[in-house]
Design a protein around this ligand. Structure first.
Ligand SMILES: Nc1ncnc2c1ncn2[C@@H]1O[C@H](COP(=O)(O)OP(=O)(O)OP(=O)(O)O)[C@@H](O)[C@H]1O
Length: 262
């Protein structure tokens, strides 16, 4: 469904301030696969997602969706960001319908789909409210409906729950799992939460910084549906954590490995 081949990205190439954000990324994501990207701040996760979305071009390599090289934003790819970015002057329903307006016009079928999505995420009855009448979690639910309204095959999500309180974040994460289980969507999620990544994903990809490279790809072979506190996931989470922070130094080595203190 999605293929990255030798993808590199340098911002400001050839200038003194050039930033090598990503280098030599190879990754295949299958249809109806859920893949999370995790890594330290600045390791290139958002850049990778923007490349897949066709919002920026790679400096080298290719990004393909459904065997077509990505050269710009595509109709079969939906996007969701950390902030809902709803238009304040539009109603919730009008916000949700925005992508289909841009893509060529709203039909009755789109209207039905938008209402069904709003019902599904518990926003039925809020269609005609303005975003400011909604809580942060409700706004993010509306943004999820907006990302799904044109029924994209691929959903790209950049820390979609990071700005929410812990309970709302967990609720929305469960909702996302349900949507994914009920559809055949391919999802790529950028998150700082290892728990979220192992709970939702088929595979967790860790990125190492400067420039961003793939550090590891870890399959999460636990049964579904999963909950965040499932004991089955603890080992997976620990493995991802170790990958990101490195193995802790064993206590008996700590006392002999600090010659600077002697
Ligand atoms: N438009 C840009 N121009 C120049 N440098 C950029 C641009 N966008 C990103 N970068 C740089 O590319 C690197 C990767 O940034 P990116 O935002 O992809 O990281 P990230 O892993 O998503 O970080 P975070 O977890 O903090 O959101 C950083 O060094 C960043 O400063």
């Amino acid at each position: 469904m999605l293929r990255l081949q030798g993808v590199s990205k340098t911002f400001g190439p050839g200038t003194a301030g050039a930033v090598d954000a990503l280098h030599g990324i190879d990754l295949d994501v299958g249809r109806h696969e859920f893949v999370s990207l995790v890594g330290r701040s600045g390791c290139g996760k958002s850049t990778l997602l923007r490349l897949i979305a066709g919002l920026i071009p790679p400096t080298a390599g290719t990004v393909s969706v459904a065997d077509e090289v990505v050269t710009g934003p595509r109709e079969d790819v939906g996007l969701m960001f950390q902030r809902p970015a709803l238009f304040p002057w539009r109603t919730v329903l009008e916000n949700v319908l925005f992508p289909v307006e841009i893509l060529g016009g709203t039909s009755d079928a789109h209207l039905d789909r938008a209402r069904a999505l709003l019902d599904m995420v518990g926003l039925g009855g809020f269609e005609h409210r303005r975003p400011k009448a909604l809580s942060g979690g409700m706004q993010q639910r509306a943004a999820l409906c907006r990302a799904l309204v044109h029924d994209p095959d691929i959903l790209l999500m950049d820390e979609p729950f990071a700005a929410l309180d812990a309970l709302t974040r967990e609720e929305l994460s469960q909702e996302l799992q349900r949507i994914w289980l009920e559809t055949t969507k391919t999802i790529v999620l950028v998150t700082h939460s290892i728990t979220e990544a192992v709970t939702l994903s088929d595979r967790v990809v860790t990125l190492t910084p400067r420039p961003g490279r793939i550090g590891s790809v870890q399959p999460i072979d636990a049964s579904r549906p999963r909950s965040e506190n499932s004991p089955e996931l603890a080992d997976h989470a620990e493995r991802v954590r170790r990958e990101l922070i490195g193995d802790p130094v064993p206590p008996d080595e700590q006392s002999t490995s600090r010659p600077d203190r002697e």
